[in-house]
Design a protein around this ligand. Sequence first.
Ligand code: SAH
Length: 289
Amino acid sequence: MTEPHSKADGQGGPVPEQDSAKEAGVRVRLGQVRFVLVTTTHPGNIGASARAMKAMGIRQLVLVTPRHFPDPEAVALASGADDVLDSAHVVSTLAEALLGTTMAYALSARRRELSHRALGLREAAAEAIGLCEAAPVEAISGGPSGPIAFVFGTEMSGLSNDELIACQALVHIPVDPRFSSLNLSQAVQLVAYELRLEAGGVQLPSTEPQVLARHEEVERLCEHLEETLLASGFLDPNAPRRLMERFRRLFVRARLEHEEVNILRGVLTSMRKWAEGNPKVRAPARPHG
Ligand code: SAH
């Protein structure tokens, strides 16, 4: 893993949290999910996975015999998801990592000749979130929590057959079959993302609320425009061709804001002044000839 890393790289900075009832529901659902990384070789992958999880609202990380952990490389790649690393459970067997689970999904890049149910990622995420809706299972005190587990294998060889057998379903992330193996933390990211979508976390970051123009403001704009078009000769009072009606339709479609109406009226006033030869507004130079 050689991902360039700098302080400016996101850092999971103090983005104001969207706290709505909907987000609270998403949190409850995703709170039932644990991610299990088995024998991860590169600590950077653990950090990057923690970051990927936290950004999607999944926080319960279980590490089965990680090669190096804790490790500064994990902290560096976590980019602010240190809390996920700090609360990670380190265990010595997959069986321990799965204590208290009711369903464990094994992520595998390769097709395996096992009798397990094989699911695509989206299908698995839908099923898992459906299970999360069911009554939460009590966590075993002190142990990892979250009755639904997603289990990821080691970088070089993936999950062994024994590890797969400990899980209840096999999940494949659809990829180009000629290059099917993702980096571990990228696989974690995709799974976390699909779970978040499935859990209903599709809210866009909010922007400043815009003040829409009131009916009478748009009416005044239309009158102002009509006067200006009559004065300029564009609008022929004897053959109006439903021009103003079309402008009204256009303004309705645009859902004009208060501020935009002011701008448009300012433009009309300035053009009118210019046309009337107001000395404050200089006419553009005319080409000779
Ligand atoms: N070389 C290994 C892949 C290791 S990648 C192999 O061929 O199995 C580390 C882990 O990321 C895998 O064990 C798996 O859990 C996950 N992963 C990577 N690509 C994946 C894919 N296309 N579908 C599902 N899981 C994947």
